[in-house]
Design a protein around this ligand. Structure first.
Ligand code: PEP
Length: 253
């Protein structure tokens, strides 16, 4: 991993409570302390970002959001802007998670707008791509992921590209316990890097962190994270238990 950072990111989804964050942080911090070579990110629901900032202030752990609105400001009741997140001190934002695409109507076009909004406010986008079970069966995984990635990155200049993290998350693996094999995760991660190489050149492609997500846990993390093109993980379920999340962090380190 000479050329790029290892990133381990927690996606809490709509879980946890503001009053429980301090205890979570106090348990995670000492367990994660040995992982000096790994960027650790916690993405809580919006309302818990301030409490998470406070609880992790004295650590190397950064905070991210799970979504943002693509507009700068204005009459968008119930939405949160990139500038608001970055003003709060968030560093990352997950964009285009499959749950956002499937349950909340996000498209490749809104994902692209959100990527631009995030970069505008100096947030680091964690751009999610991945195929359904049916698409995998039809053997169109790499094609589909390439389309999603190219759409998400449309108009992103080379100077900003290095701020982007890509997460390959096969939809059939998310929350199912059905983890992709290390070989399958590696094959798609390598194809993602090849797409970035085609768009931005070899030096940039080499510098981008590509994560795997989908039922990663303390048991399977080491093998997945040992793949040459898998530079980290996006973790849902297993990130809710500090000891489990720490085991993944330490497998990456
Ligand atoms: C996710 O939602 O990004 C995810 C990978 O979830 P899980 O780890 O629970 O499969």
């Amino acid at each position: 991993r000479k050329y790029r950072n290892t990133v381990i990111a927690a996606n809490w989804k709509m879980n946890m409570l503001p009053s429980k964050i301090k205890a979570y942080a106090e348990e995670l911090k000492p367990l994660a302390a040995p992982a000096k070579w790994c960027d650790i990110v916690i993405c809580p629901p919006f309302v818990m970002i301030p409490a998470a900032q406070k609880a992790f202030r004295d650590s190397r752990i950064s905070i991210g959001a799970q979504n943002l609105n693509e507009n700068e400001s204005g009459a968008y009741t119930g939405e949160v802007s990139s500038e608001q997140l970055s003003d709060l001190g968030a560093h990352y934002v997950i964009i285009g998670h499959s749950e956002r695409r499937q349950l909340f109507g996000e498209t490749d076009i809104t994902v692209n707008k959100k990527v631009h909004a995030a970069l505008q406010a100096n947030l680091r986008p964690i751009v999610c791509v991945g195929e359904t079970a049916q698409q995998r069966e039809m053997n169109v995984t790499e094609e589909l992921v390439t389309l999603q990635l190219k759409a998400a990155l449309a108009g992103v200049p080379a100077t900003k590209m290095r701020r982007i993290v890509v997460a390959y998350e096969p939809i059939w693996a998310i929350g199912t316990g059905n983890t992709a094999t290390a070989a399958d995760a590696e094959a798609v991660a390598a194809s993602i890097r090849a797409v970035i190489r085609g768009l931005y050149g070899a030096r940039t492609a080499r510098a981008i962190s590509i994560l795997y997500g989908g039922s990663m846990n303390a048991k399977n993390a080491f093998e997945l994270l040992s793949q040459p093109d898998v530079d980290g993980g996006l973790i849902g379920g297993a990130s809710l238990v500090p000891a489990d999340f720490a085991a993944i962090i330490n497998a990456a380190n």
